[in-house]
Design a protein around this ligand. Structure first.
Ligand code: ATP
Length: 237
C-alpha cells in the first residue's frame, strides 16, 4: 500500500532522516519504534506531505505522492494523522473538532454514520460533545484526536504516540481500540510509539529507527524476541 524509498529529510542543515525505506501492506498495523529524536515524527510528517524530503520518494498504491499537497493527501488519498501532542482545536467544541475531521467529505449520511462509530468507540466524547476541546483531560484529547482522524474515513491512519501521557488503564484501552479500528474498518495503521512493548503486541510488522536510519526491521513477533530490542526498547536486562 505505502512504500517509502530512501527518504532524506532535513530541517535547515540538520538531517533528520538519512535514507529511510519502509513498506506497509494493506490491512496491517506497522509500528515504528525508537528512542527520542530518532526521527519517527519526522517520518510521519514527511509521509503526510508536511515536510518535503530532499531525496527519495513515497508511493501510495504505486503512485508517487511526493508532490501531492497535504490537504489532498487527506481528502483524495485518505491518509490521515492523529498527531503527537494531540493538536486538537482548543476553542472548538468536541463536536466541531470531529466535524473538522470530515471537512473534505460531502456525503452527509456517511459522515453521520462515522460520527456514530467514533462516539461508540469513545463514549466519553459523546458525553462531552458541547465541551470545548481545550478543557478536555489529556486522555480525552487523545481520544478526540484519534476520533477526528477517523472522521476523514482514512484508509491509512498515522498515529503518533497515542498512548503518551495516559494512565495505565487507558493505555490498555487505547491499544485495544487501535486493534479494533484496524479490524472493524480494515484501516491500515502506522503506529509510532514509545511504549514498544504494547506496540509490538498489537502490530504485525515493525521498524526500529535510530538517529534517522532504520536499525532493524521484521515481523512484530521476530522483533519481540530479538535480543537487542528486548534490551534497548523493552527494558529487559
Ligand atoms: P520523540 O520520540 O522524542 O518524539 P522522534 O523520533 O519523533 O522523537 P523527531 O521529532 O522526528 O524524533 O526528530 C528527529 C530529529 O529532528 C531530532 O534531532 C529533532 O531535534 C530534529 N527536529 C525535529 N523537528 C525539528 C524542527 N522543526 N527544526 C529543527 N530540528 C527538528
Amino acid at each position: 500500500m505505502l512504500q517509502v524509498k530512501d527518504i532524506h529529510t532535513y530541517y535547515g542543515n540538520i538531517q533528520a532522516l538519512k535514507g529511510i525505506s519502509i513498506e506497509i501492506k494493506e490491512g496491517e498495523i506497522c509500528t515504528l519504534i525508537g528512542s527520542n529524536g530518532a526521527g519517527k515524527t519526522t517520518l510521519l510528517r514527511t509521509i503526510q506531505g508536511l515536510i518535503r524530503p530532499r531525496q527519495g520518494d513515497i508511493y501510495f498504491e504505486g503512485k508517487s505522492i511526493k508532490s501531492v499537497p497535504p490537504e489532498k493527501i487527506v481528502s483524495d488519498l485518505h491518509i490521515a494523522q492523529s498527531p503527537e501532542g494531540r493538536m486538537i482545536f482548543p476553542r472548538m467544541t468536541v463536536f466541531e473538532n470531529l466535524e473538522m475531521g470530515a471537512f473534505s467529505r460531502r456525503n452527509k449520511e456517511g459522515i453521520k454514520s462515522d460520527l456514530e462509530y467514533v462516539l461508540n468507540l469513545f463514549p466519553r466524547l459523546r458525553e462531552r460533545l458541547e465541551q470545548k476541546g481545550g478543557t478536555l483531560s489529556g486522555g480525552e484529547q487523545q481520544m478526540l484526536a484519534i476520533g477526528r482522524a477517523l472522521m476523514s474515513r482514512p484508509r491509512l491512519l498515522l498515529l503518533d504516540e497515542p498512548s503518551m501521557g495516559l494512565a495505565p488503564n487507558l493505555v490498555k484501552e487505547i491499544f485495544k481500540l487501535i486493534k479494533q479500528i484496524n479490524q472493524e474498518k480494515h484501516t491500515t495503521i502506522l503506529l509510532v510509539e514509545q511504549n514498544a512493548k504494547k506496540a509490538l503486541e498489537v502490530a504485525d510488522s515493525c521498524y526500529v529507527l535510530r538517529t534517522g536510519k532504520i536499525e532493524l526491521e521484521g515481523s512484530a513477533k521476530e522483533l519481540q524476541s530479538n535480543e537487542e530490542v528486548r534490551k534497548a526498547y523493552l527494558g529487559e536486562e
